[in-house]
Design a protein around this ligand. Structure first.
Ligand SMILES: Nc1ncnc2c1ncn2[C@@H]1O[C@H](COP(=O)(O)OP(=O)(O)OP(=O)(O)O)[C@@H](O)[C@H]1O
Ligand SMILES: [K+]
Ligand SMILES: [Mg+2]
Length: 717
């Protein structure tokens, strides 16, 4: 059925509608955030919570062992008590700093999660009583949390949309700022690729009927809250590999440390358990063990700040290595509100005849394209007031009209009534339909189609089959769409990063070529069905490429799911958003540039800090072992180039240094190592070199400085 289109004109979309917007959120470095993370960090001391990091768990066990030793030394009045307490305190601080870095990374999302929660609170819905009838059904007020899939709700100007859904009737301006942070209103309408609405957003004008698509607790808002809080984080394959490495290193150094016992016993010295624990903690990779969760959370958080929601950390990392970006045209590269702007009659066809037929073919067409044709035709005089039939007129009586709905596979739509069939659609589709009845596209129509296509418009050919069988091609409708601005430069930047851009569209090759040229993509595929889109992704992957896909339509969903990284436009359909592993709230196809940079930065940051951490541990070994054993093996004293004050101060200084390094690197872990759009391979190699060398040198300087301070402490020998 067709209802009157509200009298609101689709405005020309503003640039701001998709220009990058970042949340104004609390910085990680203000007092409130810094203090707020503290209780959370203390909570993470629970042994169960600690188990996920074997390195830090080992430090916790070491802390408990030294605490017990302290108690023993207190009871026996040992002269080493001050030293032991100092080591124990710094061991505990090491664990705290690690927990704190994670809490700080999580804390950044907390404020945002709270405000998202607030926008969900107390939402009510005007539910319609029958799931079928739009007219005549009764409204009742229910809590949003009682809504289920398939329920129909009404939203009018001023109402907050209670849950996620698809508009089944009407058109409205919607303020999505609660979710996107972007204040420019967007158009949402039934029938096309812009029919999805999100719970928590506000209707600004008109009236829409929405079919709910989400169950309570699993709405977009729910998922977004879980995401910014870090609750949904799962280890990525890269993190798991690192985890295995850290466990192996921890076990190795545990063995090395324990082996020191018989070794020094031979020389007649019995090492104190405190010294052994301290040595172990200095040798295992505590720095990276402490910072790994913060690095991962911060990466996801950086995406959120770019208004991208990722449902898997794995996709974020994969994005760092993408080599091909595929994009849908309409709604992704262009704004997607293709509207009829002109009727071009075929030679010898009366203009009014074309306009009437075009309108008739679109009366039952619920797509935005179809509605825009009806609007333009009625503006040009073919209106019910002028004696043209409405859909209701045609549906009444003994021979009701039959709608032929548009599908991406047929590329055609129309209406059958009283033996007459009217069709409009892609010229190839309508041409083939006409040919079946022995007619062909007149050369003049083909010429018009070509001309319109060359300027990037989408031509729809209109044809009619009379009751007696003959088909006549009546002319062409021009659908115009606008390429989102600033795209060509961003695609050039992607090219600079070694990423090829490919546009895939259901549109004809000429329109595709024109839009491809305007947008500056490297390659395009025209007249693509959903299967073609999917096949193209599989073939790129078969050639060993990592493929990202950006799209908005239900027909893009299979491709979005198959791609290594699928980014759905927030303006798109629920199906697209569910199939993708990321949603771009700004609906900006060039956002992939930022996503790739964030992915690469994440990988480089983790690689650099791992290198630093391991280099650091190796250096610490050579810095403190000579000082430790100088008394036992005078020969080692020669190696004590650092001239550390005493074995006790050497070990305490190393433990303090080990803990402070974590604190010093928290900002880097959260902000990420600087990444410029140079080849990522080079960037990684250069960073590894710097962080490796830095990691080797730092302990010698740091431990020496701390040793100078520690040596003057009373109670340290
Ligand atoms: N309402 C409609 N009625 C008839 N034909 C249509 C209609 N809408 C689009 N078409 C024709 O069908 C073709 C495919 O349209 P569709 O919107 O499915 O493309 P697509 O595969 O989503 O690609 P893209 O979104 O990248 O343009 C269009 O190029 C147009 O010729
Ligand atoms: K360490
Ligand atoms: Mg599309």
């Amino acid at each position: 059925m067709k209802t009157a289109t509200p009298a609101v004109q689709t405005p020309t979309p503003r640039v701001e509608e998709f220009s990058g917007h970042a949340y104004k959120r609390r910085s990680s470095w203000d007092r409130k955030t810094l203090l707020g993370a503290l209780p959370l960090a203390l909570k993470k001391f629970a042994p169960r919570a600690m188990l996920h990091s074997p390195v830090m768990f080992t430090v916790l066990v070491g802390t408990i062992v030294s605490l017990l030793v302290c108690v023993g030394q207190f009871l026996t009045n040992s002269p080493q008590l001050v030293f032991s307490i100092a080591v124990t305190v710094w061991l505990a601080l090491t664990v705290l700093f690690g927990n704190y870095s994670e809490a700080l990374a999580e804390g950044r999302g907390k404020a945002q999660a709270d405000s998202l929660r607030a926008s969900r609170q107390g939402l009510t819905a005007r539910r319609l009583s029958s799931a079928t009838g739009l007219s005549g059904s009764e409204e009742s007020l229910v809590a949003a949390s009682e809504l289920h899939q398939g329920d129909l709700v009404v939203c009018e100007a001023g109402d907050v949309i209670p849950s996620d859904g698809e508009i089944v009737e009407g058109l409205a301006m919607v303020d999505e700022s609660a979710i996107t942070g972007e204040s420019a209103p967007v158009v949402r309408e039934s029938g096309g690729d812009r029919s999805a609405v999100t719970g928590g957003t506000t209707v600004l004008s008109d009236r829409i009927v929405v079919r709910i698509t989400a169950e309570p607790g699993s709405t977009f808002l729910d998922r977004m809250i879980a995401l910014v809080e870090g609750a949904e984080r799962q280890r990525t394959p890269n993190e798991i590999a690192l985890h295995v490495l850290l466990v192996a290193l921890t076990i190795t150094f545990l063995v090395v440390t324990v082996a020191l016992v018989p070794f020094s016993q031979l020389a007649g010295a019995v090492p104190s358990p405190i010294v052994l624990v301290a040595l172990l903690v200095c040798l295992i990779p505590t720095t990276i063990g402490a910072l790994v969760p913060a690095i991962g959370i911060a990466g996801m958080d950086r995406l959120v700040q770019h208004n991208v929601l990722a449902t898997s950390g794995r996709a974020v990392e994969t994005a760092g290595d993408i080599t091909t970006l595929m994009m849908d045209k309409t709604g992704t590269i262009t704004y997607g509100n293709r509207r009829a702007v002109e009727f071009v009659p075929a030679p010898g066809v009366d203009r009014a005849d074309l306009v009437d037929a075009a309108r008739l073919s679109s009366l039952a067409d619920e797509t935005p394209e179809g509605r825009s044709i009806v609007e333009l035709a009625e503006e040009q005089g073919a209106s019910p007031e002028q004696g043209q039939p409405t859909l209701e007129d045609l549906s009444a009586g003994s021979d009701p009209a039959e709608a032929v709905e548009f599908s991406a596979a047929t590329r055609m739509s129309g209406l059958d009534h009283g033996g007459v069939k009217v069709r409009k659609g892609a010229s190839s589709a309508v041409g083939a339909w006409a040919e079946e009845a022995g007619a062909a596209l007149p050369p003049a129509v083909s010429a018009t189609v070509e001309e319109l296509s060359r300027r990037g418009s989408t031509p729809l050919v209109v044809a009619r089959a009379g009751a007696l069988g003959g088909v006549s091609v009546l002319g062409t409708v021009e659908l115009a769409d606008v390429v989102k601005p600033g795209i060509a430069d961003r695609f050039a930047a992607l090219r600079g990063m070694g990423i090829r851009t490919v546009m895939i569209t259901g549109d004809n090759p000429l329109t595709a070529a024109a839009i491809a040229a305007q947008a500056g993509v490297d390659d395009y595929l025209a007249e693509a069905t959903p299967e073609d889109k999917l096949a193209r992704i599989h073939s790129e992957q078969a050639e060993g490429r990592l493929v990202a896909m950006t799209g908005d339509g239900t027909n893009d969903a299979p491709a979005l799911a198959a791609a290594d990284v699928g980014v759905a436009m927030n303006s798109g359909t629920q199906a697209a958003k569910e199939a993708a592993n990321m949603v771009d709230l700004d609906s900006d196809p060039t956002k992939l540039l930022d996503i790739v940079a964030i992915g690469k930065q994440l990988l480089i940051t983790r690689g650099s800090l791992t290198t630093f951490s391991v280099a650091n541990d190796v250096a610490k070994y050579f810095a403190i072992i000579p000082a430790l054993f100088a008394a036992v093996y005078p020969g080692l004293g020669l190696l004590n180039v650092m001239g550390l004050h005493s074995p006790e101060s050497a070990i305490l200084s190393a433990v303090i240094f080990n803990a402070l390094v974590i604190v010093a690197l928290v900002p880097l872990a959260l902000k990420g190592v600087k990444y410029r759009a140079v080849s990522a391979q080079n960037a990684l190699r250069r960073n590894l070199l710097w962080f490796g060398v830095g990691g080797l040198i730092a302990p010698f300087i740091g431990i020496k400085l701390i040793d100078l301070l520690v040596a003057v402490l009373p109670g340290i020998s």
